[in-house]
Design a protein around this ligand. Structure first.
Ligand code: GAR
Length: 229
C-alpha cells in the first residue's frame, strides 16, 4: 500500500476530506508550517502522526525547504499532498519531489493563480469558477492538470458564498485525484503529460455540478440574436 504525507497551513478541510474518503493508502503524517494550524488537531483526532516545521523558525526559504524535505523524507512517502499549504516551495524542493508532489488551487487554472482567487473571479465577472488539482512544477500555481471542478458564479455571490461552493467541490476533486494516484492509475510522464489508466485523456476531468434550472439558458440562434423572427 502506498503512503502519503499531507502538508497543511491552516483549517485542513481538504486534508479532512481525504481522511474521510478512506483512501487506499497509509497517511504517514500531516505536516504544518504553522504550529497553530487547526488541521493538526483534526489529524491527531484521526490518529495520524503530525509534525510542525515552522517557516518562521528558519532564516531563509532554502533552510525551511531543506528542513521540510528532511521531515517528509523521514516518512518515505510515495506522494506529497499540498492541502492548503500556503508557502511557496523552491525549485530544488519541487525537483526533489517531481511527479509525486500535488497541489489544489481554488481557481480554474491558469486563471487566477496566487491569492484571493474568489474575489478576483467575482471582480472579473466570470460565470464559471472552480478548483484545480495539479502536479507541482517550479512555477507557482502551474503544472500539469489532474482534475478540475467547475461551479457557477451567481450575480449575488460574495467572496464567501463562492468560496464555499468551490470548497465543496475541492472536497470531491482532491480525494478523487489522490485515489487515482495511490491506486497507481495516474502518473506524470517525463514530457509533462498526465496519464490516467495509461491514456492521455488530457486528464482534465471536469466535474459539472448538479444542474440548476436557472442555468439552463438556451443560447439564441444567430438569427434570433439579430432580431429576426
Ligand atoms: C483551499 O481552498 C485550497 O484550495 C487553498 O487554500 C484552502 C485551504 O483550505 N489553497 C491555496 O490557495 C493554495 N494556493 P483547507 O485548509 O480547509 O483545506
Amino acid at each position: 500500500m502506498k503512503s502519503i504525507v499531507i502538508l497543511i497551513s491552516g483549517r485542513g478541510s481538504n486534508m479532512e476530506a481525504m481522511l474521510k474518503a478512506k483512501l487506499p493508502c497509509r497517511i504517514a503524517a500531516v505536516i504544518s508550517n504553522r504550529p497553530d494550524a487547526a488541521g493538526l488537531g483534526i489529524a491527531r483526532s484521526h490518529g495520524i502522526a503530525t509534525a510542525v516545521v515552522a517557516h518562521a523558525e528558519h532564516a531563509s526559504r532554502e533552510l525551511f525547504d531543506a528542513a521540510l524535505g528532511a521531515e517528509i523524507a523521514r516518512h518515505q512517502p510515495d506522494l506529497v499532498v499540498l492541502a492548503g499549504f500556503m508557502r511557496i516551495l523552491g525549485d530544488e524542493f519541487v525537483r526533489r519531489f517531481h511527479g509525486r508532489l500535488v497541489n489544489i488551487h481554488p481557481s480554474l487554472l491558469p486563471s487566477f493563480p496566487g491569492l484571493h482567487t474568489h474575489r478576483r473571479a467575482i471582480e472579473a465577472g466570470v460565470r464559471i469558477h472552480g478548483c484545480t488539482v495539479h502536479f507541482v512544477t517550479p512555477t507557482l500555481d502551474n503544472g500539469p492538470v489532474i482534475i478540475q471542478a467547475a461551479v457557477p458564479v451567481y450575480a449575488d455571490d460574495t467572496e464567501d458564498t463562492l468560496a464555499a461552493r468551490v470548497l465543496a467541490q475541492e472536497h470531491v476533486a482532491y480525494p478523487q485525484a489522490v485515489r487515482w494516484l495511490v491506486e497507481g492509475r495516474l502518473m506524470l510522464t517525463g514530457d509533462g503529460r498526465v496519464l490516467l489508466d495509461g491514456e492521455c485523456r488530457n486528464a482534465a476531468v471536469l466535474l459539472v455540478p448538479q444542474s440548476d434550472d436557472s442555468l439552463l439558458h438556451q443560447p439564441l440562434s444567430p438569427a434570433r440574436e439579430r432580431g429576426a423572427t
